[in-house]
Design a binder for this molecule. Structure first.
Ligand SMILES: [Zn+2]
Ligand SMILES: [Zn+2]
Length: 160
């Protein structure tokens, strides 16, 4: 199958991407970088309680790849809590299934499919919106990927 091997699927972007211990200057802290795929492994296994097999299926990766990811994620999160590092969530070879949009006017947040378009906040009609997948440089690439995937699964894309 012509799919790049190392891509992992993350259900939707994390709401928070930076964590810092209180009362210490950031300059004095070590940094822990948690990639988006490690974040997703942690969320699926330890927050949602999925088995490794189920979680690997969600991320469209092998079980052994998942086991490696979750072990890395737990090690980093333990290190961060014990040593009081700054945590940044970023990077990783991933695409999103869903996006999260946050209204900067009223604070309302809503999920939408990654390929859906959005123009205004459904609560207050503001156009001052933050696109979380976009903040990670994602959006179009995820849409193209899901199109290719559905075509490969034998979808009815006549004429393409
Ligand atoms: Zn709003
Ligand atoms: Zn993408």
């Amino acid at each position: 199958m012509p799919r790049p091997k190392n891509e992992r699927i993350v259900h939707k972007p994390p709401l928070f991407t930076e964590f810092k211990p209180l009362g210490v200057s950031g300059r004095l802290l070590g940094q822990t970088l948690l990639s988006l795929d490690e974040y997703e492994a942690f969320r699926l296994a330890d927050y949602n309680g999925l088995s490794h097999a189920e979680a690997a299926g969600e991320m469209e990766i092998s079980r052994s790849t998942f086991t490696r990811l979750i072990e890395q994620a737990r090690k980093k999160i333990a290190d961060l809590i014990i040593n009081g590092n700054l945590l940044l969530i970023e990077g990783g070879n991933v695409h999103f299934r869903k996006n999260i949009i946050r209204c900067l006017s009223c604070g309302y947040m809503f999920d939408m499919n990654i390929d859906a378009s959005f123009a205004e906040c459904p609560q207050c009609h503001s156009v001052n919106l933050l696109n979380l997948a976009g903040g990670f440089g994602h959006g179009k690439c995820c849409t193209e990927r899901s199109y290719v995937q559905s075509k490969m699964k034998g979808g009815n894309y006549a004429g393409r």
